[in-house]
Design a protein around this ligand. Structure first.
Ligand code: NAD
Ligand code: LMR
Length: 350
């Protein structure tokens, strides 16, 4: 029996190691998030240990010498699934036939700035890259936008790529989700994998609403509602929310640079869940296209919802009961996104 299983395993390995390489684009590839991200992708943490990868690295012309250094380091990692690395400053090379796009490249905010201060500079980048997706990428491409303001940049990229389904676009709020899990876990004295189903609603900004009304904590084998496990409603409705909302700013203040290691980890979690699906009975937070049918959130926004993913397709977890406290916060962050969208569309039409 053991021999049969061993030979089946070997056959499966041989088949998968003959799999066609997938083309994965990372933009802003000479920047600090990419520096933490590329190794994880190239060693199989995101698309699978047996999935050959061609990594395409896009940055702007002045960063090409830095990109050369990144390429040398990737080569020096001697990673078996990394078939090729293509550094470029040309969108027609970068977006050609790609299966996955991780759009990080943009200007990060500095101390004292709000993420929406970046709108004008960054919206233009996402218009160009959306058009390049439309023209050069596979129609099945999965796109995650990280560059801030991530939700609105994602909306602009999607609008600029009308031939690619809107559902293929998402923006990163997994970092906020992970921050919320970690805060709850630390408060309960458990590891973060014992916390599930926290939700980040809305914008990846200080109006986001980290919500634990539906979260569960595993306390010594007993699945417990987060509110019961923590037994401190004042903290959950006060400092917990503001800590998660302000975490990006706190990291910038301390490091004088925006978060990179934790952002890279969150990108891996986000893209791996798109590729392989979410765990049974669990949901994660992701900025996705609001159709107008979920939780009375206006349509034509990229809004962070709880989602479950199967066969590379996300579905909003609908029907969760929402109390007045949550409703007000969900609407406030939606209002900010409407304003950001309208400002961004104004910039684009100028
Ligand atoms: P960074 O400045 O270290 O790197 C950004 C890179 O993007 C630079 O190498 C720059 O040359 C490049 N770039 C600029 N314009 C480009 C273009 N048109 N095409 C390709 N590359 C381009 O910044 P970082 O710390 O890596 O952060 C990148 C972005 O991610 C920022 O907008 C930051 O605010 C955002 N961010 C988002 C989250 C999130 O959770 N959504 C978390 C952390 C950071
Ligand atoms: C973060 O949440 O850490 C990033 O979006 C960086 C920022 O500007 O806050």
């Amino acid at each position: 029996m053991l021999t049969l299983l061993t030979s089946m395993y070997l056959v499966m390995r041989t088949v998968s190691s003959r799999a066609e390489p997938i083309r994965v684009l990372v933009t802003g590839a000479a920047g600090q998030i990419a520096y933490s991200l590329l190794y994880s992708i190239a060693k199989g943490d995101v698309f699978g240990k047996d999935q050959p990868i061609i990594l395409i690295l896009l940055d702007i012309p002045p960063m090409l010498p830095v990109l050369d250094g990144v390429v040398m380091e990737l080569q020096d990692c001697a990673l078996p699934i990394l078939k090729e690395v293509i550094p470029t400053d040309k969108v027609e090379v970068a977006f050609k036939d790609i299966d996955a796009a991780i759009l990080v490249g943009s200007m990060p905010r500095k101390e004292g700035m709000e993420r929406k201060d970046l709108l004008k500079a960054n919206v233009a980048i996402f218009k160009t890259q959306g058009a390049a997706l439309d023209k050069y990428a596979k129609k099945t491409v999965k796109v995650v936008v990280v560059g801030n303001p991530a939700n609105t940049n994602c909306l602009i990229a999607s609008k600029s790529a009308p031939s690619i389904p809107k559902e293929n676009f998402s923006c990163l709020t997994r970092l906020d989700h992970n921050r919320a899990c970690s805060q709850v876990a630390m408060r309960c004295g458990v590891s973060s994998d014992q916390v599930k189903n926290v939700i980040i609603w809305g914008n990846h900004s200080s109006t986001q609403y980290p919500d634990v009304h539906h979260a569960k904590v595993n306390l010594q084998g007993a699945e417990t509602e987060a509110y019961q496990a923590i037994k401190d409603d004042a903290w959950l409705r006060g400092d917990f929310i503001s800590t998660v909302q302000q975490r990006g700013a706190a990291v910038i203040k301390a490091r004088k640079l925006s978060s990179a290691m934790s952002a890279a980890k969150a990108i891996c979690d986000h893209m791996r869940d798109i590729w392989f699906g979410t765990k049974e009975g669990e949901f994660v937070s992701m900025g996705v296209y609001a159709s107008g049918n979920s939780y009375n959130i206006p349509e034509d926004l990229i809004y962070s919802f709880p989602v479950q993913i199967k066969n590379k397709t996300w579905k909003v977890v609908d029907g969760l009961p929402i109390n007045d406290f949550s409703r007000a916060k969900m609407d406030a962050t939606a209002a900010e996104l409407v304003e950001e969208r309208d400002t961004a569309l104004d910039f684009l039409s100028q």
